[in-house]
Design a protein around this ligand. Structure first.
Ligand code: GLN
Length: 196
C-alpha cells in the first residue's frame, strides 16, 4: 500500500486524510519535516498560501519539501497548495516551493464570487466533477510539459506536470474522491518505477 502524507501546517487536513483513505491508501499527517521520509507522495492542502509559507519557514520545512520534489515523489497541491508548487506567482518576485512550471494568479475569481461550486470536466478523471472554489487561484501560464486537465470559464484550474498535480479547487470538500484517486495512482506508478 502506498503512504500519502498531508502537510498539516494549516488548512483542510482531515478531509484530505479521509479522501486518501477512501481510495484505499494510507494517509499520514505530516507535522514535522522528518516525517516526509516515510511517505511516497504528498498533498499540500488549501488554506492561505502566505500563512502556510510563514509556517513552512517557521518549522524549517522548505529544504525538505524541495528535496522531496527532487526525489521525484509526487506532490498534489490544492488551492493554496497549488500556489505553493508554482514556479511563478503573479505580483510576487519569488515563488514558494517553486517546482511546477506554471504561473498562478491568486484570488482570481473575483470578490463577489469568493466561493462557488461548479461541475467541471477533468481530463482522464471525470466529466462532471463537483469542484468547490474558495478564493481560488487559477493558472495563467503553463510550460510545454504541463498537461492542462481542466478549465472553468476559460481559466485553467487543474494541471499536471509529471510528478506534480495541482488544482484551484478543493476536491477534499466533497465525497467525490476521483481526483484523489488519480493522485494515488500517480504515487503508485512513481513507487513502482522506483523499485523497477
Ligand atoms: N486565496 C488563498 C491563497 O491565496 C487560497 C484559498 C484556498 O486555499 N482556499 O493562498
Amino acid at each position: 500500500m502506498v503512504k500519502i502524507g498531508v502537510l498539516a501546517l494549516q488548512g483542510a487536513v482531515r478531509e484530505h486524510v479521509k479522501s486518501v483513505e477512501a481510495c484505499g491508501a494510507e494517509a499520514v499527517v505530516i507535522k514535522q519535516k522528518e516525517e516526509l521520509k516515510d511517505v511516497d507522495g504528498l498533498i499540500l492542502p488549501g488554506g492561505e498560501s502566505t500563512t502556510m509559507r510563514r509556517l513552512i519557514d517557521k518549522y524549517d520545512f522548505m529544504d525538505s519539501l524541495k528535496e522531496f520534489a527532487q526525489q521525484g515523489k509526487p506532490m498534489f497541491g490544492t488551492c493554496a497548495g497549488l500556489i505553493l508548487l508554482a514556479k511563478k506567482i503573479v505580483g510576487y518576485e519569488t515563488p514558494h516551493i517553486g517546482v511546477m512550471d506554471i504561473t498562478v494568479e491568486r484570488n482570481s475569481f473575483g470578490r463577489q464570487r469568493e466561493s462557488f461550486e461548479a461541475d467541471i470536466a477533468i481530463n482522464g478523471v471525470a466529466d462532471d466533477f463537483p469542484a468547490v472554489f474558495i478564493r481560488a487561484p487559477h493558472i495563467v501560464e503553463a510550460g510545454e510539459n504541463v498537461e492542462i486537465l481542466a478549465k472553468h470559464n476559460d481559466r485553467v484550474v487543474a494541471a499536471r506536470e509529471g510528478q506534480f498535480l495541482g488544482c484551484s479547487f478543493h476536491p477534499e470538500l466533497t465525497d467525490d474522491s476521483r481526483l484523489t484517486e488519480y493522485f494515488v495512482q500517480m504515487v503508485k506508478e512513481a513507487k513502482e518505477k522506483q523499485f523497477a
